[in-house]
Design a protein around this ligand. Structure first.
Ligand SMILES: CC(C)(COP(=O)(O)OP(=O)(O)OC[C@H]1O[C@@H](n2cnc3c(N)ncnc32)[C@H](O)[C@@H]1OP(=O)(O)O)[C@@H](O)C(=O)NCCC(=O)NCCS
Length: 183
């Protein structure tokens, strides 16, 4: 099935949509092997948090959030974050080489299996490629087999790095920008 979604970067005023899609995502049945935060944590955040997050996601130079929209409904999202050498990543590790990490990957159940993920990642790659990086990197729970399969279809391969986060065992995957995507 092909996508009929429109994919674009979020806009400054869309903090309510950003909030609502994140709250939907962390309520997904697979959320415990997909996201580092819980529904309770997301619901506890005030409007100012979502406004600030959306400002960065829409206008920032160090990250961008891409969303998929079908018939005016927000049905998917992926965020790319640039990590600078010397900074600490989301796991507290020191970043050695500038990196582009994709986080917060989510599609509403009715819109899975339609190729929308590839369009979200194309947006992330385009953003990162213009900012001194040569690959996208992401972390995925070892039991999240659907996500791993989806990432492999998009050309990602495991780097060999494994670690334990707050949600359990995870592995790192990476895709150079010019990688051939398996047909
Ligand atoms: C992960 C996610 C974004 C993937 O998007 P998607 O549109 O569902 O992905 P696709 O359907 O293109 O690819 C998934 C592949 O896994 C396969 N698959 C489904 N369930 C599977 C399972 N339990 N084990 C192995 N493979 C599985 C699908 O058949 C498909 O392969 P195919 O196209 O060859 O049939 C989406 O499923 C999602 O939002 N899941 C919940 C949140 C999440 O896990 N986010 C990722 C956090 S790292």
């Amino acid at each position: 099935m092909t996508s009929a979604a429109s994919v674009r970067r979020v806009r400054l005023h869309e903090w309510r949509e950003v909030r609502d899609l994140r709250i939907e995502a962390v309520g997904d049945p697979d959320a415990s092997i997909a996201f580092l935060t819980t529904t309770a944590e997301e619901l506890a955040r005030g409007d100012a948090f979502w406004q600030a997050r959306t400002a960065g996601a829409a206008m920032g130079e160090s990250g961008a959030q891409f969303v998929a929209i079908v018939d005016d409904a927000w049905v998917g999202s992926a965020t790319v974050l640039l990590r600078e050498p010397g900074s600490r990543d989301h796991l507290g590790q020191e970043v050695v080489v500038r990196r582009a990490d994709v986080v917060g990957v989510y599609l509403s159940p009715a819109h899975r299996g339609r190729g929308i993920l590839g369009e979200l990642f194309a947006g992330a790659a385009e953003f990162a490629a213009g900012r001194g990086t040569d690959a996208l990197t992401l972390d995925v729970h070892t039991e999240n087999l659907r996500a791993q399969a989806a990432y492999r279809k998009l050309g990602f391969t495991p780097t060999g790095v494994t670690f334990t986060s707050v949600i359990g065992p995870e592995l790192e995957m990476r895709r150079p920008f010019r990688a051939a995507v398996p047909g």
